[in-house]
Design a protein around this ligand. Structure first.
Ligand SMILES: Cc1cc2nc3c(=O)[nH]c(=O)nc-3n(C[C@H](O)[C@H](O)[C@H](O)COP(=O)(O)OP(=O)(O)OC[C@H]3O[C@@H](n4cnc5c(N)ncnc54)[C@H](O)[C@@H]3O)c2cc1C
Length: 450
């Protein structure tokens, strides 16, 4: 057994550069949701982000479809998510099917499936067209900036969290690495929205290791999408043959490996999916970046030669942030199970929801540490449950609920874990969000289970 060689860091004094009521670590969908929600309710909020922009997977990760927001005809993720979509639409950065097109039929399938607006949970050749939104990643950054600025959040970009400051089981702030050295950011409440549970782990929270495929997504420009679709529907057998070969070359892709975006001629390729990589390991991530690039170039060479519509296309860009779906998962006061998600189990303390499932407040609370709350893809769920409940809208909604909880704790001068979930529900409703407190007809409630 080889032992890892170590060196000892010297103790040092670190400047305190910011003190606020709430410190949010990680500026993805969940982090912006938490920061904006708490700041609008009057809390002073500092938001830390390692990259030069906000959005996380939804911008740098170039994940470009908002889904998991609808339970039949009911739109279940509202609030800040609805506001984002409105703002994206105002700057021509969002496209989604109008209500009349949300149905199951060949004509709407042809119109909307290449936008990623089909219900992929239904195992049919022609899936229902549903409310899902294709958006532009730079638009997402812009809207996030606007919302953060308007809410008066103290945003600190280029700040890489590295250590939690914990005293007597209570988190007091965090330390991050920056170009000018280490900095301390102090706060009464810390929200971990890093997606990988970075803060909670350093604070000593219980967790389970997770893992899933990783993806180096990319966009192709100058694609004649009309021509490509005419070929797909006009010569289905010839299309299928070329498409199968393309997917074999990329080695891991959903059936719809290219999707339209709000920018004409630019398509989003949510592939290659790669297995066996740990989304936390420097060695693995480095290797995955290389492998992903090799595979996407292989695919692109092939489609340029063979797929009508792609002849003049070029590689526009690749996700600056590798697509990591799952790493460490919190073991919180309640751990959401796969059965909870698939049976649509309703909880009394539900504070937000996704497609047709409900998220209890307890799933945002670490067991041992006070004044720390989490939101986003690392929430307290077993890894299988997370795979079905981690899309952008529910992560944003969790953040919004965490921000509300932080405000209520500060307002009543109580610990965040002692906030009454019903008070969170009421405030979520006041700000136009759906906290999931009114179970839908298809929910599994205690009465239904008996
Ligand atoms: C390839 C791929 C395809 C997907 N497809 C879809 C889809 O079609 N539709 C959909 O809705 N969802 C999809 N998802 C899921 C979805 O994108 C994510 O689950 C969701 O965006 C997670 O949001 P989050 O805020 O929890 O985390 P993230 O978006 O990961 O945000 C975490 C933020 O924290 C920052 N951060 C992390 N560590 C630190 C640190 N130590 N210090 C400072 N900052 C830090 C990061 O830079 C980032 O900004 C997909 C995911 C992937 C990877």
């Amino acid at each position: 057994v080889s032992e890892t060689k170590t060196i000892r860091e010297a103790a040092r004094d670190i400047p305190v550069v910011s003190t606020s009521d709430v410190v949010v670590v990680g500026g993805g969908a969940a982090g912006v949701g938490a920061a904006v929600s708490a700041a609008r309710l009057g809390a002073s909020v500092t938001l830390l982000e390692r990259y030069p922009h906000l959005g996380g997977m939804a911008s740098g990760g170039m994940v470009l479809v908002l889904d998991d927001m609808t339970n039949g005809n009911e739109i279940t993720v509202q609030g800040l998510m609805a506001e984002y979509i409105r703002r994206l639409e105002q700057i021509d950065c969002a496209v989604y099917p109008p209500e009349a097109d949300r149905r199951t039929a060949e004509d709407v399938w042809r119109k909307w499936s290449r936008w990623g607006c089909n219900d992929f949970h239904i195992r049919e050749k022609i899936q229902p067209i549903i409310y899902a939104v294709a958006f532009d990643p730079d638009g997402w950054k812009r809207v996030s900036n606007d919302m953060i600025k308007e809410a008066g959040v103290n945003l600190r970009l280029h700040s890489w969290f590295s250590e939690a400051i914990v005293e007597d089981g209570r988190v007091k702030g965090v330390i991050c690495e920056t170009k000018t050295g280490r900095q301390a950011i102090m706060g009464d409440i810390v929200v971990d929205t890093t997606g990988d549970l970075d803060v909670a782990i350093r604070a000593g929270a219980e967790h389970v290791p997770g893992g899933f495929i990783v993806t180096t997504v990319f966009r192709l420009a100058d694609v004649d999408t009309d021509k490509a679709e005419a070929f797909q529907y006009g010569e289905p057998e010839a299309y299928k043959k070329i498409d199968r070969q393309a997917r074999r070359l990329i080695g891991g892709a959903w059936e719809m490996w290219w999707l339209k975006t709000p920018r004409p001629g630019i398509v989003w390729c949510n592939c290659p999916h790669m297995t066996g990589y740990d989304g936390l390991s420097v060695e693995h991530l480095t290797a995955a970046e290389f492998e992903g690039r090799e595979r996407m170039l292989r695919l692109h060479d092939f489609v340029r030669e063979n797929m009508p519509g792609f002849e003049n296309s070029y590689l526009l860009d690749t996700g600056e942030q590798i697509g990591v779906r799952q790493t460490r998962m919190l073991v919180g006061d309640y751990v959401v199970t796969k059965d909870d998600v698939t049976s649509r189990r309703y909880f009394e303390d539900t504070v937000c929801r996704g497609r047709d499932y409900y998220t209890p407040y307890r799933a945002l609370l670490p067991r041992q540490i006070d004044q720390l709350i989490v939101a986003g893809r690392h929430y307290s769920a077993d890894p299988e449950a997370q795979k079905m409940s981690r899309e952008i809208p529910p992560c944003l909604a969790q953040g919004e609920a965490a921000g509300v909880a932080a405000h209520l704790a500060l307002d009543s001068n109580i610990r965040i874990r002692d906030v009454d979930p019903h008070a969170i529900q009421q405030q979520m409703r006041r700000q136009g969000a759906d906290p999931g407190d009114r179970p839908s007809a298809n929910a599994l409630t205690v009465a239904a289970a008996e």
